[in-house]
Design a protein around this ligand. Structure first.
Ligand SMILES: *Cc1c(COP(=O)(O)O)cnc(C)c1O
Length: 364
């Protein structure tokens, strides 16, 4: 028998999250971000749940090829554009939209031989200072693109640094509006946080990623239920051993947990080699038979320990939900586990290890 660990990918939850985001941005088209192997969920696995999207966005050309091979005929947007000139051949062949964020990419386009003019998204650096043209240089970049026979439609984009936080988007919005003012072309600004928190950013195309997968983009302030989002990924395992501790007994590597009284604990087949965060200390929430309890001591490579006091009926073989939905429907948001480990739901999803078997729950 294989180790009992399993990741479930719920395509009904995914398509319902997509619907929930559409209702929040009813006038925009929705580009579903599937970079990083669909945030760890598996690009091929999620496509069926994203059929209702108007476009897909990602970064890696080999992921674009996988999306086409899996039968997606709609638009695909390369969010960082090409990394070298010859990538443009694949853009032409697969009909990809691509971001243009620097002069080198315009040079490459000007030398590119193609029958098919490309749709591009010119990227403005509105203050995040990662990728994009500075506001002063934006119009000249646009004019250069406009003059190229290789370029068909030019759209405008920027990306927010603080859509999830206090500082908000007002400053970057005004920089964007000033830079693109009277230029023709569609506009795209909003990631998940902006889509949910700042309706004034919706424009022509919204680009949600994390919220589609059921994690809250501003988890410190609002949980996923607040935004009407359901977990798409559930990580489940089982209790594979039980120990009865007495006062003073230690547990696990480093003996950092010491029982202060009698304590029944379960050993779970899940560790950091499965993608569970090693930095999640004692007290991280976990479900045993759908009952909320806590982890104890240090997470090891293949195992972790949980407190069985709230679930005295639990024994070897009992279901453990590390995050997501238990088989009985109890939800433990991935964001709570992430917070206990000092990180975000994004990182945990993306870190799901390849050794974890995955089962897809179809929408119908
Ligand atoms: C990743 C990414 C997104 C999606 O961000 P979320 O926070 O996951 O919604 C949108 N736009 C760009 C340019 C991105 O790189």
């Amino acid at each position: 028998m294989p180790r009992p660990i399993l990741a479930l990918i719920d395509l009904l939850a995914l398509s319902q999250n997509l619907d929930a985001l559409r209702r929040r941005a009813p006038h925009a088209r929705l580009c579903a971000v599937v970079k990083a192997n669909a945030y760890g969920h598996g690009i091929e696995r999620v496509l069926e749940g994203l059929r209702g999207a108007d476009a897909l966005a990602l970064l890696d050309l080999n992921e674009a090829e996988r999306v086409r091979a899996a039968g997606w005929r709609g638009p695909i947007w390369m969010l960082e554009g090409v990394f070298e000139s010859r990538d443009l051949d694949l853009c032409s062949r697969l009909g990809l939209w691509h971001t243009v964020h620097d002069d080198g990419q315009i040079d490459a386009l000007s030398r590119h031989k193609t029958q098919l003019a490309h749709r591009v998204f010119l990227k403005l650096n509105s203050g995040m200072n990662r990728l994009g043209f500075a506001p002063m240089r934006y119009r000249s970049a646009w004019a250069r693109l406009q003059a190229l026979p290789q370029v068909d439609e030019i759209s405008h984009m920027t990306h927010f640094s603080d859509a999830d936080g206090e500082s908000g988007v007002a400053h970057q919005m005004s920089v964007f509006e000033e830079a693109v003012r009277d230029l023709p072309g569609e506009r795209s600004l909003a990631n998940s946080a902006a889509l949910l928190r700042h309706p004034d950013t919706h424009a022509d195309w919204v680009r949600p990623g994390i919220a589609l997968y059921g994690s809250s983009p501003d988890a410190g302030q609002h949980n996923s239920a607040h935004w009407g989002l359901q977990p798409v990924m559930s990580l489940r395992s089982q209790v594979v051993g039980v120990q009865e501790l007495r006062a003073g007994d230690r547990l696990g590597y480093g003996s950092i947990f010491v029982a202060d009284g009698a304590l029944r604990i379960g050993i779970v087949a899940c560790g950091y080699a499965d993608g569970y965060p090693r930095h999640a200390g004692t007290g991280t929430p976990v479900l045993v038979n759908g009952v909320r309890t806590r982890t104890l001591g240090r997470v090891s490579m293949d195992m972790l320990a949980v407190d069985l006091s709230p679930c005295p009926g639990a024994t070897v073989g009992s279901e453990v939900t590390l995050w997501g939905r238990s088989s009985a429907g109890v939800v433990l948001p991935i964001d709570e586990v992430a917070a206990a480990a000092g990180t975000l739901g994004y990182e945990l999803m993306c870190a799901l290890a390849t050794r974890v078997p995955v089962q897809v729950l179809k929408a119908s």
